[in-house]
Design a protein around this ligand. Structure first.
Ligand code: GTP
Length: 433
């Protein structure tokens, strides 16, 4: 019968290591109907071990995400299952192999649940664990107690386990990480049918019920393919997550480098960048620069403490952002000084913006323990070709003049830095104490 089915190509049947332990009764027949050679099983074992070893080596050298251990467990257990069949094909080993081979979709699923712990998954890991325990127990028990009648119970157990895992994977979390999970789910669903088809094929070929081992080689090969796909998917998921974390770190670093942590407005360096870009894009001399600070801010710190001072700074920043157009730029120049670049405007309009900021600030200060806050502004209309630093120096002179004239006002400066000409000042809101 053997020669008829496999002819000279069947090394499995000439291999003493496979034949010796199966010399008794039904198992002898099972070995004879195994649809794969011992070489193939050995090759599958080595392929699985290689996939598992790569994932192990990869994970040991970098951050291990939750789920990684489960995937490793799934892969090493299937390797053990394949090795059982290939290296020690006795009754015990052959009853142990099916549960070891059919566990991988569920153990992988448990790993996925941990990997995507914050996302919604259908079902519950308790259901996965129960199904795994029941299927493994049935597969092991029937393989040990009634090896000749174990074929279909084991096939059905494997089918249930695979299809359940595939269904959960397909309905798992959406988003960028869904594609590799769906790919894995598709593979699991396809591999679910391999042992059953192998049994049916053997039934048809031999015109007799197939023995349990007929499905065994198909199970080993399916698990090998599954392990390789799992290794690929696990690596993809780990890479994608690492890359997402890197992108997030870069975003945070950019934010830290550009934004003032207290007030959440751009810092001085970033403001200079934004303002320089804006000046390049606009007609020369079309922007107004405002430099302003809180009057007697030191007294707020001294009387009410630094946290109150911080609060005042945040209120100022909030008031500024409220009245800024999307194309304008604001920044914290340092300490209690802020700077604004209003594009395509003149100093008269800029004085109006300053007045609105002061009014907004007074509104926001009303329900706080802070005293009424007043601001002093220095304004300059930028000249054609003037850079931000030069404009800031002139605005600083205007601000100094506003302080000199009694604070809580806006003063515009024109003329050269050496010989500034100050406009009449415009009082803004409350007069400082
Ligand atoms: N709470 C707080 N205070 C700060 C911060 N940065 C700088 N300061 C304080 O801001 C104060 C700035 O005071 P000055 O601008 O020198 O003087 P002023 O009291 O505002 O007086 P005028 O500007 O002349 O009206 C200093 O006391 C600094 O310690 C900060 O981030 N938080």
């Amino acid at each position: 019968m053997v020669t008829k089915r496999f002819g000279r190509r069947s090394k499995a049947l000439q291999c003493t290591s496979l034949r010796k332990p199966l010399q008794r009764g039904g198992l002898n027949t099972m070995a004879a109907t195994m649809p794969a050679s011992i070489d193939l099983l050995l090759f599958a074992t080595v392929a699985q071990a290689a996939a598992a070893a790569s994932l192990t080596a990869f994970g040991l050298r970098r951050d291990r995400h939750p789920g990684w251990w489960w995937w490793l467990a799934a892969m090493w257990l299937t390797t053990a299952g394949a090795a059982c069949a290939a290296l020690a094909p006795g009754p015990w080993a052959l009853s142990l192999a099916p549960p070891l081979l059919l566990q991988w979709p569920l153990v992988t699923l448990m790993g996925l649940r941990r990997f995507h712990a914050r996302q919604h998954w259908p079902g519950h890991w308790g259901v996965d664990a129960t199904l795994l325990a029941v299927a493994s127990l049935v597969a092991w028990a029937v393989g040990l107690l009634t090896p000749e009648h174990a074929t279909w119970p084991v096939v059905v157990c494997g089918l249930a386990v695979h299809l359940y895992a595939a269904a959960v994977m397909f309905n798992g979390p959406a988003g960028s990480e869904a594609t590799p999970v769906h790919f894995l789910g598709g593979t699991v669903a396809l591999l679910a049918f391999a042992p059953g088809l192998a049994v049916l094929g053997t039934d048809l070929a031999t015109q007799a019920p197939a023995p349990p081992l007929a499905a065994h080689a198909a199970r080993v090969l399916a698990a090998t393919l599954g392990a390789i796909v799992l290794a690929f998917v696990a690596l993809t998921l780990l890479f994608e997550r690492t890359e997402r974390q890197l992108r997030e770190s870069r975003r945070r670093l950019r934010l830290l480098a550009n934004v003032d942590a207290l007030t959440q407005v751009p810092n001085r360096r970033r403001f200079n960048e934004l303002a320089t870009q804006a000046l390049r894009a606009d007609p020369p001399g079309s922007a107004v620069l405002l430099l302003f600070d809180i009057d007697h801010f030191k007294q707020i710190n001294d009387r009410l403490g630094h946290p109150a001072g911080d609060r005042a700074l945040c209120l100022v920043a909030g008031s500024v952002l409220e009245h800024l157009r999307a194309m304008d730029a604001a920044g914290r120049h340092g300490g209690d000084e802020f700077v604004l670049l209003l594009r395509r405007t003149n100093t008269q309009h800029a004085m109006g913006v300053a007045a609105r900021i002061v009014a907004e600030l007074q509104k926001r200060t009303q329900n706080t323990p802070l005293p009424p806050l007043s601001l002093s502004f220095g304004l300059v209309q930028l000249r054609g070709g003037e850079d931000i630093d030069a404009a800031l120096r002139r605005a600083d002179q205007a601000l100094y003049e506003a302080k000199r004239q009694g604070r809580s006002r806006a003063v515009a400066a024109s003329g050269d830095e050496d010989q500034p000409v100050f406009s009449e000042s415009r009082p803004l809101g409350l007069m400082p104490a």
